[in-house]
Design a binder for this molecule. Structure first.
Ligand code: UDX
Length: 441
């Protein structure tokens, strides 16, 4: 099939590239000329494992091309995917201006039998509005469907190629058939493709993300309670997770959820409910708990040093909102860095992928950007951990202690065993577990 995918952000690029890898003829379109030129040479604007190889291979083999011109790609397309950004606006609602612009751009070029598929995460009812606008602009009823994405950054290609399910919102058989055909190679392992109304499909996406965010805020709240009552959240988590109705996934306590999806989607769903005169009590609480949790490491640091961190040197491991990405949007590390800068602390940071993004935001307010994990703890008063990159999981604690001025660790991701840290002589604060205090006698 011939596809035009509009928007080469994270979702559009992964979707277009993977569909080309499945043998379709895909043109990815973006308004950003520099980005398009870069992509033609295999320069990927984001870090996503496996993506650059896949882009290069499919581009070289002629199934994947890039352009800035809608007029070039849309007239031939059997399917036009809209995968532009829908950022949070000041009110919390999703800003759909990029979606409307695309609809206006494609309308004059759209083939009569083409199916327009909205991939962007959009408020419930948007698909209907896209349908109405296209009808107004073309003078006919176009095929407009919804096909939300469930990709996780860091494992987006696998998530695309091996989905748990594919959700499609359709209003006629033609769209259903095209989407079934397009996804057939992904569904060999008996995973379902679910057809429903566009409204249900749009809501499914938000509800799934909000449910996962709820699990995270819930476990973080229980973690905070664990600290107060002397329980260990890790034991509690495992005890809960064995109940098959609960399960283990998305029950890791930490510094709250970040990234481009959960915070934005929870707020968009809250805002949608409010505009419909509903009281989205759970979603408001999920966001509130999360905002509070993001600064939980800061509160522990502040309590340990009684607010006096000026002149102290902090080693910081992990800046990305989660491992295997360079994304720092809504990352808990930002709260920590902001606090340390305001308080006049010295900061040495390490992250395998996200340092350039942090440099662009904080520049020389951060004293040292370290290429090496151990370099970031050289002579520091303490180490703070924001992201659970694998390379942080098994340090040689003897070596670590020898490098640090003081053996103090604030761990926002529960990477280490309490007993091991105790034996190694560290003061160690983690999430939902008792603090370990180094014996100074
Ligand atoms: C998420 C959804 O998983 C995906 O389906 C959707 O399409 C986009 O949003 P993503 O934001 O890439 O994907 O990351 P994910 O792995 O889901 O993690 C989100 C956040 O939750 C991260 O900040 C992570 O640290 C946090 N998290 C996750 C926890 O704090 N605890 C957990 O148990 C799981």
């Amino acid at each position: 099939m011939k596809l035009a995918v509009i928007g080469t952000g994270y979702v559009g690029l992964v979707t277009g590239t993977c569909f080309s890898d499945l043998g379709n003829d895909v043109t990815c379109i973006d308004v950003n000329q520099a980005k398009v030129e870069g992509l033609k040479q295999g320069i990927i604007p984001i870090y996503e494992p496996g993506l650059s190889e896949l882009v290069l291979r499919n581009h070289e083999e002629g199934r994947l091309s890039f352009t800035t011109s809608v007029a070039e790609a849309v007239p031939d397309a059997d399917v036009v995917y809209i995968a532009v950004g829908t950022p949070q606006s000041d009110s919390g609602a999703a800003d759909l201006s990029a979606v409307w612009k695309v609809v206006e751009d494609i309308a004059p070029h759209l083939r009569e039998d083409a199916v327009v598929v909205v991939k962007s995460t959009v408020p419930v009812g948007t698909n209907g509005k896209v349908f109405d606008l296209l009808q107004k602009l073309t003078g006919r009823e176009c095929h407009v469907a919804s096909n939300p994405e469930f990709l996780k950054e860091g494992s987006a290609i696998d998530d695309f190629m091996y989905p748990d399910r594919v959700v499609c919102g359709v209003r006629n058989k033609k769209s259903e058939e095209i989407l079934r055909q397009l996804h057939a190679p992904l569904l060999r392992t008996a995973k379902p493709i679910l057809f429903m109304s566009p409204e249900s499909s749009e809501l499914t996406k938000y509800a799934a993300n909000a449910m996962l965010a709820t699990k995270i805020s819930f476990i973080n709240e229980i973690a905070n309670l664990s600290e107060k009552v002397g329980a260990d959240i890790n034991d509690v988590r495992i005890g809960m997770g064995h109940d098959q109705r609960i399960g283990f996934q998305f029950l890791f306590p930490g510094l709250g959820y970040g990234g481009s999806c959960f915070p934005k989607d929870v707020r968009a769903l809250t805002s949608l409910s409010e505009t419909l005169d509903l009281e989205p009590r759970i979603m408001r609480a999920v966001d509130e708990v999360n905002v509070h949790q993001r600064s939980s490491l800061v509160r522990k640091i502040d309590a340990h040093y009684k607010g006096d961190v000026a002149g102290k040197t902090f080693g910081v491991w992990g800046l990305a909102f989660k491992p295997k990405t360079d994304d720092i949007r809504e990352a808990p590390a930002l709260d920590l860095l902001q606090y340390l800068i305001e308080k006049g602390a010295k900061i040495m940071v390490h992250d395998p992928e996200a340092m350039e993004n942090i440099r662009a935001m904080f520049g020389d307010k951060i004293n040292k950007y370290c290429e090496n994990v151990l370099e970031a703890v050289e002579g520091v008063d303490c180490l703070a951990i924001n992201t659970e990159w694998n390379e942080y999981r098994t340090p040689d604690f003897k070596q670590l202690k020898a490098k640090m001025k003081e053996a103090v660790i604030f761990d926002g991701r529960n990477l280490f065993d309490l007993e091991i840290l105790e034996q190694a002589g560290f003061t160690y604060y983690s999430v939902g577990r008792r603090p370990v205090k180094a014996d100074r006698s």
